[in-house]
Design a protein around this ligand. Structure first.
Ligand code: S3P
Length: 432
């Protein structure tokens, strides 16, 4: 797909699709709850559709009502903690790490075997990080190739594992690890506790409470007691701040832009992008801040700004981990250096996002260097068009569509269609 420098500012209001992390969780918790769950503004991205397909294969009735004019909704007839049934075939998560890691926790507590697989990218991503705590809980979970990656075999040796509660001290601040252990904890006797080095996104905890489950959060320590029933609920999914991030960046770098992004989730475990933009001197603020079903939501107001470089490190990293590719683009348009540290997790996302950002931005004329755990961007050089590869990573494709808006000449993005993972109508919205 070819992109050109924009001749017009971005002006007006936009809404972005529902939050990917929250959409996944709504289907998962709705499926193991007793009774009906209705989810509005569900993200119709490929990752979340994989989660729906899998729970259908596990015997859950799910009605998906996408809408091109308003928010879509999904209705799930939950069957309780032990109501899932044997799928009799491998479950395919596609590209979705969240699906694979979170449902491993749920499937470890079931009385039937399952095989979890997915696309080429997901079969290279580390699953040892969830297998280790699940095994400590007594789960029967193995990597088929014995390489710490999917396909994963769950309950292949036993009929049903007896899970025990543990206190897991996670070496990484990862919501996928934490959520996997907490969901397995629902099937264990006693209190399952996860301590993280820094609190990661807390959507699972917040949503479990919406389903009537007691979850204790004490800074970066989260505890859930086993065998609590979930009660079907109504979940409204806020706009995804990770999708809003591309329009935030576009509004900041394209001269004369003035944008309002409506109804975006601004959970404090996800709002690092806003803080970093402010740190860089951006004209950005929140309007109409409200609480909607346990998640804070606001309108984000952005005006084109002169940016300066900054240092991004430490506890803010988990709150913006998925936004680092677009932050790297922003940093190219800021005066001075931007240093990103403590972000080695970027290497195990849908692509190695340190290497891919450095390679692609260098091709466009940026002064950027990879480091062991991040990158250094020396801003202020103008970018030019180039041919860049998304590596089938949705966040890379969207980041370069935004970079192209201010690059001289044409930018070609190879495999640009992968945006359908988290934001199927991204290019239409950008064009508009
Ligand atoms: C997610 C957690 C993050 C994030 C991913 C979605 C989630 O991954 O990068 O896109 O929904 O829990 P980690 O938990 O591996 O950091």
């Amino acid at each position: 797909m070819i992109f050109h420098k924009t001749l017009t500012p971005l002006k007006g209001e936009i809404t972005v699709p529902g939050d990917k992390s929250i959409s996944h969780r709504a289907v998962m918790l709705g499926s193991i709850a007793n009774g009906t769950t209705e989810v509005t503004n569900f993200l119709q991205g490929a990752d979340c559709l994989s989660t729906i397909d899998i729970f259908r294969q596990l015997g859950i009735e799910i009605i998906n009502l996408p809408s091109s004019t308003g928010p879509s909704s999904v209705i799930i007839q939950g069957k309780g903690l032990y109501g899932l049934s044997n799928p009799h075939e491998a479950l395919d998560v596609g590209n979705s790490g969240t699906t694979m890691r979170l449902i491993s926790g749920i499937l470890s507590g079931q009385g039937f075997p399952t095989i979890l697989t997915g696309d080429e990218s997901i079969r290279k991503r580390p699953m040892g990080r969830i297998m280790t705590p699940l095994k400590l809980m007594g789960a029967d979970i193995e990597s088929e190739q014995d390489n710490g990656c999917a396909p994963l075999l769950i309950n292949s040796k036993v009929k049903q594992s007896e899970l025990s509660a543990i206190h897991y001290i996670s070496p990484v601040a990862s919501a996928q690890i934490k959520s996997c252990v907490l969901l397995a904890g629902l099937y264990a006797e006693g209190n399952t506790r996860v301590t993280e080095p820094v609190l990661s996104r807390d959507h699972t905890e917040r949503m479990l409470r919406e389903f009537g489950v007691d979850v204790l959060s004490d800074n970066n320590v989260t505890t859930v007691k086993g065998n609590q029933s979930l009660i079907g609920s109504r979940i409204h999914v806020p706009g995804d701040i990770s999708s809003a991030a591309y329009f935030i960046a576009a509004g900041l770098i394209v001269p004369n832009s003035e944008l309002v992004i409506k109804n975006v989730g601004i959970n404090p475990t996800r709002d690092g992008i806003i803080k970093v933009c402010q740190q860089m001197g951006a004209n950005i603020h929140l309007d109409n801040v409200i609480d909607k079903g346990g998640e804070p939501v606001a309108d984000i107001v952005i005006k084109h700004s002169e940016l300066h470089g900054t240092i991004i490190e430490g506890s803010i990293i988990p709150t913006l981990i998925d936004e680092i590719p677009i932050i790297a683009v922003l940093a190219c348009f800021a005066q001075g250096d931007t240093i990103i540290k403590d972000a080695a997790e970027l290497k195990v996302k849908e692509s190695n996002r340190i290497d891919v950002m450095v390679e692609n931005l260098s091709k466009m004329g940026a002064d950027i260097t990879a480091t062991e755990d991040g990158m250094i961007i020396r801003g202020g050089r103008s970018l030019h068009g180039a041919t860049v590869e998304s590596k089938l990573d949705h966040r890379i494709a969207m980041s370069f569509a935004i970079a192209s808006l201010m690059a001289e000449g044409d930018t070609e993005i190879i495999d640009a269609d992968c945006v359908d993972i988290s934001y199927p109508q991204f290019y239409e919205d950008l064009e508009r």
